[in-house]
Design a protein around this ligand. Structure first.
Ligand SMILES: [Zn+2]
Length: 451
């Protein structure tokens, strides 16, 4: 047999093991792992390199409305930035506009995503509770979108009653509920009070969203999920107090999954005191050093399930427009361009097992969200492959691949920037250069089976 691509003598990193072997790619699939003597159209020497399964970012927001503006990456520019960080699959969220059903918001999102250079699945936001929305969950699940996100914050927050009913429905139809875990009623009041007192600098963004509002939302959702005997995925967890509740719930065998993001693993609320503090405004806010340390501890002990980026980039201009008015500054950071490098760099620094990256950023998201063929370097899997030269380092600086002109990581030295990225047998990145202009991402149907 002649292979399309052979990676010779590579250190292959999966979620639970590392091994040295050759990888043979034929068409869209990994055909063989072992010793390969056959010819190949393209041979990549693997000595000194590390090979990971393609990164799956389970949390992106391409081109979404935010306050009076839009996040600046669409699926084309966002997936272009993503590819540079080894991301071969993203899961993005629908936007439910006034009058939208779950189905119409899903169809529109799917249409918008067709320009993506990487594969994509879609989470369905439930932000309007019209008559029949519970039945519509089933209709959209039949189209392969089996993960639904609800919010305990913002004007479109879900009530406790409806959260319970949504969880019962999810259990019925084999779907997974994602939660934005903040107590919105408390936060809305604190924001109002801080504005009245003239406390409007970025620092008061964090002050208005105290850590107990996360803990409260996490615990309330866990208790309801326990009662309905369904599953729960908590997005962008930031705090020790919140995550402790998840750890306890897991001990009680409640099916709860926790996600965090690179920004919560890098920065504390100290950044809000910097002159560019408003560039770091996102919700939930950045926390304290003890939270950052606890998140890393829980990555190490397996409590944390996934790392997603919550990529929602804005430009300097968009962020500067409301400088000094935290409550009007668009929420979100440009993260996906350094998703895997940011974690690779810290995993090395903190001397964590290298398998941590494959587990939280590829295998677990594939398993939790039911993405068949993804998440592992193994025979028969999609040939989604990332090759890293661990000796390569780069200082983060503009211009960026994302449409945003700022990065929270600016000035930091990153390792783990991929030398090659392959999506289903096609090169997105070759020798650090994007060559995937003709590569089209594919919509992935979720095959969730959690109950
Ligand atoms: Zn988000």
């Amino acid at each position: 047999m002649k292979f399309d691509i052979v990676i010779k003598n590579a250190l292959i990193v999966n979620h639970n093991r590392t091994e040295r072997a050759d990888i043979g790619v034929k068409g869209e699939k990994i055909e063989k792992i072992g010793t390969i003597t056959e010819e190949a159209n393209i041979e990549i020497p693997g000595e000194g390199k590390i090979v990971f399964p393609g990164i799956i970012d389970p949390h992106t927001h391409m081109g979404i409305p935010m306050m009076d503006t839009f996040s600046v990456d669409n699926f084309k520019t966002g997936s272009y930035a993503a590819a540079h960080a080894g991301v071969t699959t993203i899961i993005d969220f629908t936007v439910q506009n006034p009058g939208d059903t779950l189905l119409s918001s899903f169809e529109r999102r799917r249409h918008e995503a067709r320009i993506s250079h990487v594969d994509y699945a879609i989470h369905v936001n439930i932000t309007s509770f019209y008559n029949g929305f519970l039945d519509d969950m089933e209709k959209v699940a039949e189209k392969g979108a089996r993960s639904f996100k609800v919010f305990f914050a913002y004007s479109f927050k879900i009530s406790d009653e409806l959260f319970l009913r949504v969880q019962e429905k999810a259990k019925d139809i084999n779907a997974l509920i994602l939660l934005h875990a903040e107590n919105g009623a408390i936060i809305d009041y604190l924001i109002k009070r801080n504005i009245e007192r003239g406390h409007t600098t970025p620092f008061y963004h964090g002050i208005s969203r105290p850590v107990f509002t996360e803990e409260d939302a996490v615990q309330r959702a866990i208790l309801i999920t326990e009662y309905t005997n369904s599953s729960l995925y908590i997005v962008h967890m930031t705090s020790k107090r919140g995550l402790k509740r998840v750890k306890e719930a897991k001990k009680r065998k409640i099916r709860v999954f926790a996600e965090t993001c690179p920004q919560y693993l890098y920065f504390t609320d100290d950044v809000y005191k910097r002159p560019d503090g408003h560039y770091f405004i996102a919700s939930p806010p950045l926390r304290k050093e003890e939270d950052v340390e606890y998140l890393w501890e829980k990555i190490k002990d397996g409590t944390m399930d996934t790392i997603g980026t919550d990529h929602a980039p804005f430009t300097k201009e968009q962020k500067d427009r409301y400088r000094g008015m935290f409550y009007k500054t668009p929420n979100g950071l440009s993260v996906i361009e350094f998703s895997m490098p940011s974690i690779f760099t810290k995993v090395l620094e903190r001397k964590l097992p290298i398998t941590t990256i494959a587990r939280l950023m590829s295998y677990n998201p594939a398993k939790i969200f039911g993405l068949e063929g993804k998440g592992e370097i193994k025979e028969g899997a999609d040939a989604d492959i990332v090759i890293v030269d661990p000796s390569f380092k780069k200082v983060v600086s503009p211009p960026y691949k994302s449409a945003s002109d700022i990065s929270p990581f600016e000035g930091l030295t990153m390792r783990g920037i991929p030398e090659y990225v392959i999506l289903r047998g096609k090169f997105l990145i070759k020798e650090y250069l994007f060559v995937g202009h003709e590569v089209k991402g594919r919509y992935l149907e979720q095959k969730i089976n959690l109950n």
